[in-house]
Design a protein around this ligand. Structure first.
Ligand code: OGA
Ligand code: NI
Length: 353
């Protein structure tokens, strides 16, 4: 079993069902009311744009150096970027989006056939990071599947309906794995590290895909769709499955709302990359707010290192300088991550020297 999916979470009510049961005369239950979310200001997005990286340019000899510099800057200053011209076939993207929307539109009983099963992993339909009955809850449901390498799959959590869903997840997961390894090459070079070092750290390319469903809410300002967190990954890709926005990134003490380009991936570097890069690259906190009358649907593809690695800043990056983080085994890191609930960046902060 890979550390990426080992974990535990208490069962919680289905939010999609809850959202449809609430009407104008009933209120959002107290467990979902999040006054703290209003403390930090949300920036107006008019003049702030997430960097856009063009993969076709990155792999084209003529433009590669220039695009790689843009990538380096995006990783340093944002920890986030949008990836366009990524080469994942459009018919696959469209087919998968239709399948995901159809899965979430099925009756609750049908979705519950894939519910999390207290099997020591977080795979399945439900929610993660719920460790106590007192804890505030996110306004969302999710389906979590380990997708690669194939030996880590547990098909009981892969919906059989719509009938194309499994095949599309399979094809998509391969495309994203190839995309991740392509990006690792450029990230390695930008950090002054031999690409083989990253290839070794991320060998077998453990990958999980999380399908997120954020129901609409009559009182959207009271709830949070996805609590502030950084991803405990090497790199993550978010795809907007329908055209409803709501993802926000923390930058300079403000929340910035991402306005995702159609069919672009919103890519972010995770905690693992922050540590490996000795903090040159940041794993940035993000959250999802419920801002509309419509449901928001997204998927996140998480790419993790080999289960057996020791996590520490790479010597090639440190050079003559000092490490800014202590070392810890990847498995212990993941244990700490799942034990802490989603309290921002606490595990990475713990490792800071
Ligand atoms: C995640 C995540 C963002 C989104 O699943 O880790 O940050 O837009 N999702 O759903
Ligand atoms: Ni995330």
């Amino acid at each position: 079993m890979h550390s990426q999916c080992v974990g535990y979470s208490l069962p919680v009510p289905n939010v999609q069902a809850l959202a449809t049961s609430i009407n104008k005369s009933s209120l959002v239950p107290e467990r979902y009311v999040r006054p703290e979310a209003k403390i930090e200001p949300v920036a107006s997005t008019d003049d702030i744009e997430l960097p856009v990286i063009d993969l076709a340019k990155l792999i084209d000899q003529e433009f590669s150096n220039e695009e790689a510099s843009k990538l380096h800057l995006a990783c340093q200053e944002w920890g986030f970027f949008q990836l366009v011209n990524h080469g994942v076939p459009e018919d696959l993207m469209e087919g998968l989006k239709v399948d995901i929307a159809e899965f979430f539109s099925k009756p609750l009983e049908e979705k519950m056939a894939y519910k999390q099963d207290n099997d020591g992993t977080i795979q399945g339909y439900g929610q993660v990071f719920v460790l106590s009955e007192e804890q505030k809850l996110d306004w969302s449901d999710m389906l979590y599947t380990m997708t690669r390498p194939i030996v880590l799959r547990n098909m009981k959590y892969w919906p059989t309906s719509p009938p194309t869903f499994r095949d599309n997840i399979d094809r998509f997961s391969l495309e994203l794995t190839n995309l991740a390894s392509c990006l690792w090459n450029y990230i390695a070079k930008n950090l002054g590290v031999a690409p083989e070092v990253f290839a070794q750290l991320f060998k077998d390319h453990p990958q999980a895909i999380r399908f997120n469903y954020y129901p609409p809410c009559l009182e959207p300002d009271k709830v949070v769709g996805h609590s502030p967190h950084s991803d405990a990954t090497g790199i993550s890709f978010v795809l907007h499955v329908n055209d409803v926005q709501g993802l926000q990134i923390r930058k300079d003490g403000e929340w910035i709302t991402v306005s995702a380009l159609p069919n672009a991936f919103v890519v972010n570097l995770g905690d693992i990359t922050e540590i490996l890069s000795n903090g040159i690259y940041k794993s940035v906190e993000h959250r999802v707010m419920i801002i509309t009358e419509n449901a928001r649907i997204s998927l996140a593809s998480f790419h993790s290192p080999d289960n057996s690695i020791m996590l520490r800043p790479l010597p090639e990056v440190i050079g003559d300088g000092k490490p800014n983080y202590g070392s810890i085994s990847y498995q212990d890191f993941m244990k700490a991550y799942f034990d802490k609930q989603l309290e921002g960046k606490s595990v990475v902060d713990m490792l800071k020297l």
